[in-house]
Structures are given as C-alpha cells and as structure tokens.
Design a protein around this ligand. Structure first.
Ligand SMILES: CC(C)[C@H](C(=O)O)[C@@H](O)C(=O)O
Ligand code: SF4
Length: 460
C-alpha cells in the first residue's frame, strides 16, 4: 500500500545512495530571473550544456514592472536580471517567455495554464512556491540555485525523501469562505513550522470540491507552514482543467495519460507519518495581524493577548505587533487601510479576478485606497478582458496592470511605502516584504475587494 507521494516518488528514482539521498529524475524545470543566473554561470564555467533543453522553461516575473512593459525596464538591476535570463535562454537553447510574450507571467501561473504541469510529474523551480503545481497531483518543490544547476546539467536532483503528512478538510465551506481562508486557517492552527520535513497530501470532501485554481491556492501556501510541498490526488476536476491546453497530451496519448493519472491516489490504508483533520465548517474569512503567515485570525477576531502567548514566543510576538502598529487583544475589523494588492501566484488567476469583480461591481473604490490589480499572466489578463471584467473594474475606479509578481515582494517598482497598511492576496507578510516598513495583511480576494471598496477591513 502506497501513498500518492510514494507512487510518484518511486516512479522517478534513478538510484539511491545507501544511507544517503535519492537521485530523482525531474520531468519539468521552470526558471525565473532571480535564482537562475549563477546556475547558468556554473554551466559555462564547467563547459556544460543543458542535458534536456525541452524540459526547462524560462519566464521573467519577479523584477519586471507592471506598467509600460513595452518600454525598457528603468531600474538597472532589474533590467540586468531580465536581460541575463534572455541571454541564458538563447545561449542554451531554452524556451523563454520574456516581456510582452503572450505566454509570459508568474512562473507558477503559466505552468498550469499551458498544460505544462501534469499529474504524476516531478516539477522543480528555484522558487519556494513551486508547491503550487502540487494541485495537479505532482511532486513539485522549490530548489536552491546549486540544484538548479544540477537539474540543468543532468535533469536529476539529489533529494532526501521527506516524511508524509495527510491533511483532511472535512465538511462544506461556508459562504464567502475561500481556499485562501482554508490555507490561512490551517497555518494559524499548525504554525509556520508545523509541516517542516513533510510532504503534505490534501484530502477530504472540501478539497475534492475545490476547483483547480483553488487547489493551487491551497498548495501554494504549503511552504508557509514549512512543508516541502503539498499535493492533491488528480480527479475529473483535474483532467477537465488540463484537457485541450497547449502542452496537454492529445488523442490516443490523452486516453493513456488519463488512465495512468487515475491510478494516482493514496491506497486505502496507506500509512502517513502524520495525519491531521480540520472541520471546514469552523473556518471563516481570515486575515493576518502579524509578520508571518501563521499569525492569522477571522476578520472579526481579536489579536491574542500577551498572556495567551507562551513565554518563548513573547518577544517575537511583541516585535511583530510593534512592526504592524497593532496591540495585543486589538480587534482589526473597521481598521483603515491604504493599499490593496490583488495578484501573485497565490491569488492572481482568473477566478480570483472574478471574485474580486463580483464584489466591486456597481460600487466604488475608496478614496483612501491605492489598489494594484495584477493578473498572474497575460493569459489571465486576456481572459479578464474577454469577460469584460476590466470594464466593470474601471467603472468602480480600478485600473488593471500588466502581469508580474508585483507587490508580492519588493523586487520591482510596486512597493508599499513605509508604515502603510496593505491588504494583500499574496502569501507572505514578512517585515519589509512589500517594501521597507510596509505592513502586510494577508487575505483572500473577496476580503481584499471589501477592503478596497470600504477603505478598511470589513466582512465581505
Ligand atoms: C525570489 C524567490 C527566490 C522567492 C521564493 O523562492 O519564494 C520569491 O518567489 C518569494 O516568493 O519569496
Ligand atoms: S508571486 Fe510572489 S510568491 Fe509567487 S513567485 Fe512571485 S514573488 Fe514568489
């Protein structure tokens, strides 16, 4: 009896070093401008080529502006990063979706939308949120730059087998409760270290009922509780999503692939090293109040009091609240905010824009709010336009930007000023994450929409 993880892992083992790591074959490799330059430099220094060039795809996302992408990038460091990526792609003969390419977008958005991400695969990228691709029933995880070099050179990687954990979400999600709320709730319960050393499988009725995009949101945040990755067994929802996409198998190959994908589930009675169950009926729309994604609570909740925090955590708890400008025991509902960011590989897909738009339709953006609405890819942006969502957003006083990581992290022009509050659909609320001194409140797209319209934290 095997878990889903075991089945995929075992099918990719090349050799195992006795008492050491496994040499694992990698099906898909994605690269972006931040973590790949030294890897390519390493290949050059050793006179190596890319072993299987068709299995690596490059995209520019972190350092790019989200306006005027047809003009040269103004910031010289960012421009250099992106130019280096383009040069590496052409020198090593790799597919590259650069600026203004219709397939450009955030690395974890474009893989799935092109059908490049498929069940049963091993997928890596020099990026922690590679866990997103696990939504398709793939072993997908982030790697370091030296490992990027290893994959480029050999299409393999040395990995220690992680432990397995299953997280069951039972019951039905309440009204206005999203996959993001499930994830923030889960991390608030398990803490940011709760899954360290584990690869998580998400299961249960509530997970089966999620769309592919919602499963991606959930898997995306796996890394924020320390997990190596997270995955969901593929089912009809998965197959329907993949069917017909550019890199999806076609014709007879499709039938064969689906027959194999249907075997990709944990056997009844397969043993996990740890198992946790949540009743989703208890989950309400969430926000974070601190400086790690585990510091979350329902919107109408109160920040824990100092006496509720254990001795060891008191100093960092106080430091965190101090940075945020909040007090222990405070309620945040009704609190004024300054920025709203809809986007990132967590919540920058079409369904997120549909949810956001459905709330703001016929309403107006609050005057005190600067809103950045950033599609995860050009294909997402095209779909937004095809559905006329851009018009509705415009009428409500919003402006749609061009794709990129944007305000998810302060590596490009979209920085939240010091001291300002941003309700953000991204995945990290670390100090300085959205700009030096910026204060991030993580939430789902619906809560972000309510904040954008009301100018403060409110129930959607
Ligand atoms: C820049 C990159 C290495 C980083 C990551 O690995 O996650 C970024 O994508 C992030 O979200 O912090
Ligand atoms: S959108 Fe944010 S989390 Fe995702 S890859 Fe870009 S920087 Fe990382």
């Amino acid at each position: 009896m095997k878990t889903l993880f075991d089945k995929i892992w075992d099918a990719h083992v090349v050799t195992t070093v006795k008492d050491g790591p496994t040499q694992l074959y990698i099906d898909r490799h994605l690269c972006h401008e931040v973590t790949s330059p030294q890897a390519f430099a390493g290949l050059r220094a050793r006179g190596l080529t890319v072993f299987r060039p068709k299995q690596t795809t490059l995209t520019a996302d972190h350092n790019i502006p989200t306006m005027w992408q047809n003009k040269p990038i103004r910031d010289s460091i960012s421009r250099f990063q992106v130019e280096t990526l383009a040069k590496n792609a052409s020198d090593f003969g790799l597919t590259y979706y650069g600026l203004n390419n219709p397939k450009n977008g955030i690395v974890h958005v474009i893989g799935p939308e092109n059908g490049y991400t498929q069940p049963g695969m091993t997928i890596v990228c020099g990026d922690s949120h590679t866990s997103t691709h696990g939504a398709f029933g793939a072993i997908a995880f982030g790697i370091g730059t030296s490992e990027v070099e290893m994959v480029l050179a050999s299409q393999c990687i040395l990995q220690t087998r992680p432990k397995t954990m299953r997280i069951n979400f039972e019951g039905k999600l309440g009204k206005n409760v999203s996959a993001k709320d499930m994830a923030l709730y889960m991390i608030s319960q398990l803490t940011t270290g709760g899954a360290t050393g584990y690869f998580v499988e998400y299961a249960g009725e509530a997970v089966r009922n999620l769309t592919m995009e919602e499963r991606m949101t959930l898997c995306n945040l796996s890394i924020e509780m320390g997990a190596r990755g997270g995955l969901v067994a593929p089912d009809e929802t998965t197959f329907n999503y993949i069917k017909g996409r550019e890199f999806a198998p076609k014709g007879e190959k499709w039938e064969k692939a689906v027959a194999y994908w249907k075997t990709l589930k944990s056997d009844d009675g397969a043993a996990f090293d740890k198992e946790v169950t949540f009743d989703v009926g208890k989950i309400r729309p969430m926000i974070t109040y601190g400086t790690n994604p585990g510091m979350g609570m329902p919107i109408d909740g109160t920040i824990p009091r100092l006496d509720e925090i254990d001795e060891a955590g008191k100093i960092s708890f106080e430091k965190s609240l101090n940075y945020m400008g909040f007090s222990p025991g405070e309620k945040l509902e009704g609190k004024q905010i300054d920025y709203v960011f809809l986007g990132s590989c967590t919540n920058g897909r079409i369904e997120d824009f549909r949810v956001f738009t459905s709330y703001v339709k016929g309403k107006k953006k609050a005057n005190n709010v600067t809103a950045w609405l950033v599609p995860g890819s050009w294909q997402v942006r095209k779909q937004i336009e095809a559905e006329g969502l851009d018009k509705i957003l415009e009428e409500a006083g919003f402006e749609l930007r061009q794709p990129g990581c944007s305000a998810c992290l302060a590596m490009n022009d979209d920085k939240v000023p010091a001291g300002k509050y941003a309700v953000s659909t991204s995945n990290r609320n670390f100090e300085g994450r959205q700009g030096p001194g910026a204060r991030t409140i993580l939430a789902g797209p619906l809560v972000a929409a309510a904040a954008a319209v009301n100018g403060k934290i409110t129930q959607p």
